[in-house]
Design a protein around this ligand. Structure first.
Ligand SMILES: *Cc1c(COP(=O)(O)O)cnc(C)c1O
Length: 388
């Protein structure tokens, strides 16, 4: 917590000095870098690919590229962004299994040589438009669900993975390995163990057919402590190291990681403003607190109250009471929290700032439309690395 307090202090100093219009997100680049080096250090030998979708602010990409990070990209737009911020094409991994032939050709033309896939049609496009590229088959891992799971959208069964990687090798592709993703904000470390165990069976089966995989991409999913404490990177790295030793006793694969949330969430804080405080009837004890930020201009992950952010205001410590917290748009679903037991100070009033903590991931990147006339969430980057 002490480290996060220092981040918050820097962000608040920036906000209090510059007083930009709310809502806005401030990201501390020094914290992003510290988190990158922490993740990298805890899993020695693991290459870290930052999942750009978590926070694509150009400044974030630039400091990570300068420190030698690699990037998990999902579209031609993210490729252009990373290259423009100084990343080398060798440092990019096209991790999205849903892509057009023209997307593959574009990526290959820009120098990208590492791709994930989970379907035959995509594999055939890779063989044709990205000849000899290194390919990773995405496994649909049977593991405990995470807080914001992918469901069954990505990946295939081990059996299909074996077939597809053989087909890829025959088509001249470099059958490099497997990838999986245990789901974002994964609180159960056993999910990584399950993924590693299931992957080892595919490695073994393919070796029997003369295809020797060498690489295992463990994806992202490393959680952030929001209102409840989440397991840290050290602890998860321990589970991963154990599971690799257990399931790959002879020849451990090279490991790749694709953290998104874990690198940027705690580096960011959103400042919002209280727009309305009201009660729906004279007998209600619960207040409705309406903010200038909601589901559609930055807080998409509050859907289903999946992610419960910590809130803070200058009135912290005053007596509090129950609240329902809602966003500013004219949409009935734009209610952030009504079942999670949120309480806010009774003294909170219109015009007060409400700070939303650990919001550097999946906030600004989700608010790229202008629903109901509320503009996308602006991001300000600060820190030594940002030059001010
Ligand atoms: C979104 C995504 C990630 C990052 O996930 P986090 O839960 O933010 O760590 C990594 N890899 C792929 C392929 C993704 O789609």
């Amino acid at each position: 917590m002490a480290k996060q307090d220092a981040t918050l202090a820097r962000i608040r100093r920036f906000l209090d000095t510059n007083r930009p219009p709310t809502p806005c997100l401030v990201v501390d680049l020094d914290t992003v870098l510290a988190r990158y080096h922490e993740v990298r250090g805890r899993l020695p030998g693991g290459t870290v690919y930052y999942a750009v979708k978590a926070n694509p602010a150009p400044e974030v990409i630039r400091v990570l590229a300068e420190t030698g990070a690699q990037f998990d990209v999902a579209s031609t737009g993210e490729i252009d962004l990373c290259l423009a911020q100084g990343a080398k094409p060798e440092a990019l991994s096209y991790g999205n299994t849903v892509k057009k032939a023209s997307d593959i050709a574009y990526a290959y033309d820009r120098g990208v040589r590492r791709f994930s896939f989970d379907a035959e049609s995509d594999l055939d496009n890779l063989a044709r438009y990205a000849p000899r590229a290194s390919v990773y088959c995405r496994l649909l891992v049977e593991a405990p669900a995470s807080t914001t799971p992918f469901g069954r959208k990505f990946g295939c069964t081990p059996r299909i993975a074996v077939e597809l990687l053989r087909r890829g090798a025959e088509a001249g592709l470099d059958a490099a390995g497997l990838c999986f993703h245990v789901g974002s904000q994964q609180l159960n470390q056993e999910a990584w163990r399950a993924g590693i165990a299931q992957s080892s069976e595919v490695f073994t089966e393919l070796a029997r057919h003369g295809v020797r995989l060498r690489s295992l991409n463990l994806g992202g999913g490393f959680p952030t402590s929001y209102t409840t404490e989440a397991p840290g990177v050290t602890s998860i790295a321990g589970t991963i190291t154990d599971a690799v030793a257990e399931h790959f006793p002879a020849a451990p694969p090279e490991l790749l990681l694709e953290p998104g949330r874990a690198l940027v969430a705690e580096a960011g804080m959103i400042r919002s403003e209280v727009v309305v405080v009201s009660k729906k009837s004279t007998t209600d004890t619960t207040r409705w607190v309406y903010l200038d930020i909601g589901r559609y201009n930055g807080l998409a992950e509050t859907e289903g109250e999946a992610i419960t952010y910590r809130l803070s205001s200058d009135r912290d410590g005053d007596p509090d009471g129950p609240v329902i917290i809602a966003g500013p748009s004219c949409d009935g679903d734009d209610v952030l929290y009504q079942n999670s037991g949120y309480r806010l100070p009774l003294t909170l009033r219109v015009g007060d700032y409400l700070d939303i903590l650990a919001t550097g991931a999946y906030t600004a990147s989700y608010s790229s439309v202008c629903f109901n006339g509320f503009p996308p969430l602006p991001t300000y980057c600060i820190g030594e690395m940002a030059g001010g």
